[in-house]
Structure formats: structure tokens, C-alpha cells
Design a protein. Structure first.
Length: 562
């Protein structure tokens, strides 16, 4: 086998056929490699030997994990030499991991200047990759894992193995299956580091894609078009390396060709580079997963695309990008074992999902039993941002009441037909269309006894009367014709005070005298004003019977006082 490999090197070096690759091994002793890598387990798929302008600190090459398991690259030997194998220079990988089916990039620079697309740097240990002819190899002990011999690298253009074929250490021996890269990964430089290669036979420009039998321009996503809405960082039914996923909502019809995935704008790990148009439709949910195998990924109902990076269980982040633009990104400080972290469905936006208060634990079971809603609208978290309320499942601006919008008009402190704890009530007149969300009620200004909830809009219309009651059950509260909101504090029989407010400000307050058993205190029906109800002379005892026979007009216009 060694003789065959030597003959191949000589043949390539002297006849200048351009490429020859060897995946044969010179034994199976894997030496100091942490993972026992054998011939063909890793495949060299792309190399940038002649970067634009100066080569120093810009050279790189890419490998692919052909196995079905993660590989620890520690101990792997990187080798660069002349095309005939002479003048070998080495670097032994210190510590690095490559996921199954993933691409990994080695770069000839120091860590301080490592570009985002490089996973591991080997400094100057390999010297400069030769521009006119050279060789790269991967060794694991005595095992030659893969080798590539090349001639004629063009300025600023990577050489890449045909993206129309799966990476393979035997197939990449064929000269005709290598070509110049066509995808621009940074200004003036072409290649697809850490991403699938473009097919060599393609004549489609990098800004276009194949849509059926035709070719059209890619419709790139803009900021806000794609929104991260859910992620599973810590599955419990399967391993993290197979069961992690995240979900993206599509706000506009776009193509995903060229979409970058990673943990930050300077840490892109994956790039969706394919020939066919990756069209996605407005209103759809996309699932990006570590594995497409339902038996391995926890039973995800759908997987649209794969990613190779890890979602940290604590202090993690996810980012989407296109070109030089960050489309959306989130950061999180924790995750939940066996449950996704899910964005409130009424707060889907690339700005709103930055707020950690708008996320909650997934609650729907999927697949093998972990919790989340991958590929579907999230269940409500019951979260509403300040200044908003939900109406018909959608958020709208809250119409907060102002001074004069609400007037206290009637109260029953001492019902006779039922106990006070069930039959007390008071009435508020609404002078303008408002929402009562977060309305504050109490007996002493500055001390709030009741705050109405947020969430669904508590809309009330101008001209209506709202009844607050100790009990909402008409069988318990003396037969109130209506009761809108419940309160738990007591109205003093000997006289007291009452107020309604918003945001710590009193909107209206009244002071009332000793109650008459079985009769309400009623504001003159023609004096519905927050100033006029301060005058004791504008109040009188209720006259009209309701329910079981107590007197008052709860929820209706009051009569005129004598």
C-alpha cells in the first residue's frame, strides 16, 4: 500500500494532473489520538492555500466527519508538505471536537486573530500552504486518515470537493471532482468554510438558486424576517448531541440560501449553502436540530435543517445571520431539563425576544416525552408586556384610565338579606372607553387592596356601570343582577372611604357615612363627576329593590336624590 501511495505522489507531481487524494492507511495504530480515527473517518473537503493579498494568517483547510459519532481530534496530526511528500511540517491538535456529519476548519493563524469561520488554529506550524503545488494529510498514529495533493491554487479562491457528492476519502481522489469555489465568504474571497460546498458543475451565480427547472435570484432575509421562538438546550429523553433543537418563525417569504447559524455574529458555525432554493413561507415555523433521525433526536415531529454547534445548558446564545448582517440573536442564562424555553406567542419579534421576561418553559409533550412545541405555535406563557393587553389573541396598546374616566357612584356596606362578606358591593361609572387592566382599588389612599390583572384586555365602554362585589355568585351575593369583579376587603358599616387608581395615582375617591342596613349609598344619577361625588349632599339611600330585596341599583343608572 505504501508503494502504491508513493507511485501516486510521483505521478501527480511530475505529470501535473492537478489533484490526487489518498485515504489509505499505513497501519491501524492510532497512537496518541483521543478518538481511534481510521482511514476515511475524516475527509479533507476544501482548502484555501492562496488567500487574497498576503497569505500570512489567512490560510485554512476544511475537514468533514464521515462517521456517525462525535470525534475528539486531540492527538490528530496535521501534515503539510511538497506535492511529492518531501519537506513535511507537522502540528498535533491539542483539543478539539467535531460532531458527526459536521465540517471543521483548521486555520493557519494565532487564536487572537482567528476569523469566525475557523474552529481551530495551528499558527505557523505548517509553514505556508504551497500555492503552486502541495500536499495536506491527516494522521492518527500510523493511520493515514486522509491525504490530498494539489497544484495551482488561484489567488483568493479555495479549492473544494464537489458539493454534489457526499464527502468521501475515496471519491476525493478523483481530480475531476475538485473545482474552484464560487461562493464569496468575505469580500473578494471565495469558499464555503464550515459549510457544504457548492456543486462543481453548477453555473449558477452565488446570488442565485435553482427553483425547479429555472434559475432565479435569491430573496435574502432581512433583520426581523426570521425570529428565534423556542429552543431545547437540555433534553432528557436523548443525549444533548442528538436532541438539541431551536425553532424559528418566518415573518416574510424569503430564501434561506446563505443563512448563517451560530452562537454570535462573530461565531458562525454553519452556513446553508445549497444549489436549490430554500424557500420558506411567511407564518411557518422552522426546526433546526442536531439530528434528523427521529429515533435519535427524541422524536421531533419535523426537522428542516441541521446545525453542528452546542446549545449550552447555562449562559448560552443562538444567532442567525446573512452576509455581514445579524438577523436575530438571543442569549439565555439557564435552561430547563426536559423542557424547551418558549417565547410568548403574542410577542414574536426580533426585538421582543431579547427580553428574558417574555420566555417560559415549554408545556406540550412531543416525541419521547420531552416538553416543547417544535414546528408549531407556542402555547401562551400568560405574559403581557407593560402598556399592552391581549385581545382576540393579539396584543394591542392598553387604554389606561385617566382622572375623570372612572367615578365611584354607589356602594352597599351593610346588606340585610345576606352576610356582609358575600353581599357587599360598590359601583363605578365609566366616562370613557378604557381598559381596567392593572386598576387599583382600596380603602385608604396609598394602600392598594386590589389590583386587577394584566393579560386579556379588560375593556369597558363609555356610559357603562361596573360592579365590584364580595362574591360573583348571585346565589350568595343577594341576587346582584351583575357582578364584574370580586374584591376581598370589607366596607365598614360605620362609614369609611374608597378609591380607584392607576399606577399609584388616585383617579377617584369618596368618603361615606354610616350605612343603613339593607340600603346602598347612591350618588345622584345626574351628578356623575369625580368632584361632585365628594359632596355628601349629592348622596342618598338606595330606593329600588334588587335580588332578594335589598335596595340599590347595582350596574344601572342611579335615581335622583331628593
Amino acid at each position: 500500500m505504501k508503494e502504491v501511495l508513493a507511485m501516486k505522489r510521483i505521478f501527480v507531481a511530475f505529470l501535473a494532473l492537478g489533484f490526487a487524494v489518498g485515504a489509505c492507511g499505513a497501519g491501524t495504530d492510532t497512537g496518541g489520538c483521543k478518538s481511534p480515527l481510521l482511514a476515511g473517518d475524516l475527509v479533507i473537503t476544501e482548502l484555501m492555500a492562496n488567500p487574497l493579498d498576503s497569505d500570512e494568517g489567512k490560510e485554512w483547510f476544511e475537514i468533514y466527519n464521515h462517521t456517525s459519532s462525535p470525534a475528539n481530534l486531540a492527538g490528530l496530526q496535521l501534515v503539510a508538505s511538497r506535492a511529492d511528500g518531501s519537506g513535511e511540517e507537522f502540528h498535533t491538535v491539542a483539543e478539539a471536537q467535531i460532531a458527526p456529519g459536521a465540517y471543521f476548519v483548521f486555520g493557519g493563524m494565532v487564536p487572537a486573530v482567528k476569523p469566525a469561520y475557523v474552529d481551530y488554529t495551528y499558527g505557523a506550524d505548517l509553514g505556508g500552504l504551497r500555492n503552486s503545488s502541495g500536499r495536506l494529510a491527516l494522521r492518527c498514529g500510523k493511520a493515514l486518515v486522509d491525504e490530498v495533493v494539489y497544484l495551482g491554487a488561484k489567488d483568493g479562491i479555495a479549492l473544494e470537493f464537489d458539493g454534489a457528492r457526499p464527502p468521501d476519502a475515496a471519491a476525493n481522489d478523483q481530480t475531476g471532482l475538485w473545482c474552484d469555489a464560487k461562493t464569496e465568504y468575505e469580500a473578494g474571497s471565495f469558499g464555503s468554510p464550515r459549510a457544504p460546498n457548492q456543486p462543481c458543475g453548477s453555473t449558477i451565480p452565488p446570488t442565485s438558486c435553482k427553483d425547479g427547472d429555472s434559475v432565479r435570484e435569491i430573496v435574502p432575509p432581512q433583520a426581523g424576517d426570521l425570529v428565534i421562538t423556542e429552543f431545547m438546550a437540555d433534553p432528557t429523553k436523548v443525549a444533548d448531541t442528538a436532541g438539541e433543537w431551536f425553532e424559528v418563525y418566518v415573518n416574510r417569504d424569503v430564501d434561506l440560501n446563505g443563512l448563517k447559524l451560530g452562537t454570535a455574529a462573530d461565531a458562525w458555525k454553519d452556513n446553508l449553502t445549497v444549489l436549490e432554493c430554500l424557500r420558506v413561507r411567511q407564518g411557518s415555523y422552522l426546526v433546526f436540530a442536531r439530528s434528523a433521525d427521529q429515533n435519535a433526536n427524541g422524536g421531533l415531529p419535523k426537522v428542516d435543517h441541521l446545525f453542528t454547534f452546542t446549545l449550552a445548558n447555562t449562559s448560552g446564545s443562538i444567532a442567525l445571520g446573512y452576509g455581514d448582517q445579524l438577523l436575530d440573536g438571543i442569549s439565555y442564562s439557564s435552561s430547563r431539563a426536559g423542557a424547551s424555553t418558549s417565547l410568548e406567542p403574542t410577542l414574536v419579534g426580533a426585538d421582543l425576544n431579547d427580553n428574558s421576561d417574555y420566555w417560559c418553559a415549554g408545556s406540550s409533550s412531543y416525541g419521547l416525552g420531552d416538553l416543547g412545541s417544535p414546528g408549531a405555535a407556542n402555547p401562551s406563557c400568560g405574559i403581557t408586556p407593560e402598556g399592552k393587553c391581549r385581545e382576540g389573541g393579539q396584543l394591542r396598546d392598553l387604554r389606561a384610565p385617566q382622572s375623570g374616566d372612572l367615578v365611584i357612584t354607589e356602594l352597599m356596606a351593610d346588606p340585610a338579606k345576606v352576610n356582609d362578606t358575600a353581599g357587599e358591593w360598590f359601583e363605578v361609572y365609566v366616562a370613557r372607553d378604557v381598559d381596567l387592566n392593572h386598576l387599583q382599588v382600596g380603602r385608604t389612599a396609598g394602600t392598594v387592596d386590589l389590583t386587577l390583572p394584566g393579560g386579556d384586555c379588560l375593556a369597558v365602554a363609555s356610559g357603562t356601570y361596573i360592579v365590584f362585589a364580595r362574591s360573583l355568585d348571585s346565589g350568595q351575593n343577594g341576587g346582584l343582577p351583575r357582578a364584574d369583579f370580586a374584591f376581598s376587603f370589607g366596607l365598614t358599616n360605620s362609614g369609611g372611604s374608597l378609591f380607584v387608581g392607576y399606577g399609584g395615582q388616585v383617579l377617584d375617591s369618596v368618603t361615606y357615612g354610616a350605612a343603613q342596613a339593607g340600603k346602598s349609598w347612591s350618588l345622584d344619577g345626574g351628578k356623575l363627576d369625580p368632584a361632585l361625588n365628594d359632596e355628601a349632599s349629592n348622596w342618598c339611600a338606595g330606593k329600588d329593590a334588587y335580588g332578594l330585596g335589598d335596595l340599590g341599583t347595582p350596574g344601572a343608572q342611579n335615581p335622583t336624590c331628593p
